[in-house]
Unconditional design. Structure first.
Length: 221
């Protein structure tokens, strides 16, 4: 990841704050946006349980992506969760920086080995496995930051061998850094696994039309 940019962090923070629902105090989403933008994140992936905070987190990452020129991949469990997010924040549906993917986060996260910023909802079942999949799927030479929101509801990630900080922001924000050197130990761990089909939601940035289609991938031979 690039060196810390206080300017990017501040602009993304303020943009997210303005997008909010008139809250008197900053919430976890503003901090997530600032951390992502400050680190100049280019590929941001969020795995969510579709909780009430989901749309705010996605909006925060979109604000960061608008600042850094990056892209956001949002993994949700069903189409209903995607539609709920779009109803809360209409701008999400029409923003070219965001893409929605439907399916199992633990499996799909491995498709985004170049992600340099990952956000995980700790209310997801087996969210620790998602963190492990991120660590195992990282490309050699790449570093990453993993944030876990709703961390007070989830267990510890210390089992992964990574240093994690738990911040008392919102319902708990867990911060884990994967250094570039650590990725060499796990390169190729998931290379032989097959991929099942998954549903992808694409939104036309000009017309606002929503297109849902299924992508199939075959196991490596």
């Amino acid at each position: 990841m690039a060196q810390w940019s206080a300017e990017n962090a501040t602009k993304a923070y303020l943009r997210t704050l303005k997008m909010g629902k008139g809250a008197k105090e900053p919430d976890v989403s503003e901090f997530i946006s600032a951390i992502a933008a400050g680190n100049n994140a280019q590929l941001m992936v969020v795995a969510s349980a579709g909780t009430a905070a989901t749309s705010d987190i996605i909006q925060a990452l979109v604000a960061a992506a608008q600042q850094t020129g990056g892209h956001v991949i949002c993994i949700l469990r069903c189409l209903k969760d995607v539609q709920a997010c779009k109803q809360v924040h209409c701008l999400i549906a029409n923003d070219r920086h965001v893409e929605f993917v439907i399916g199992d986060a633990e499996r799909l996260i491995k498709d985004y080995g170049k992600a340099d910023f990952v956000v995980v909802d700790c209310k997801l079942d087996h969210h620790e496995r998602i963190v492990g999949a991120v660590k195992g799927g990282k490309n050699l030479g790449g570093s990453a930051i993993i944030l876990g929101y709703n961390a007070f509801h989830g267990g510890s990630w210390e089992w992964s061998g990574l240093k994690t900080q738990l911040l008392p922001i919102g319902d708990g924000l867990s911060v884990t850094r994967i250094p570039a050197a650590a990725t060499s130990e796990v390169k190729g761990c998931y290379g032989s696994l097959g991929r099942k089909s998954n549903w992808v939601v694409k939104v036309d940035k000009f017309t606002g039309e929503e297109h849902v289609f299924r992508v199939r991938s075959h196991a490596a031979r």
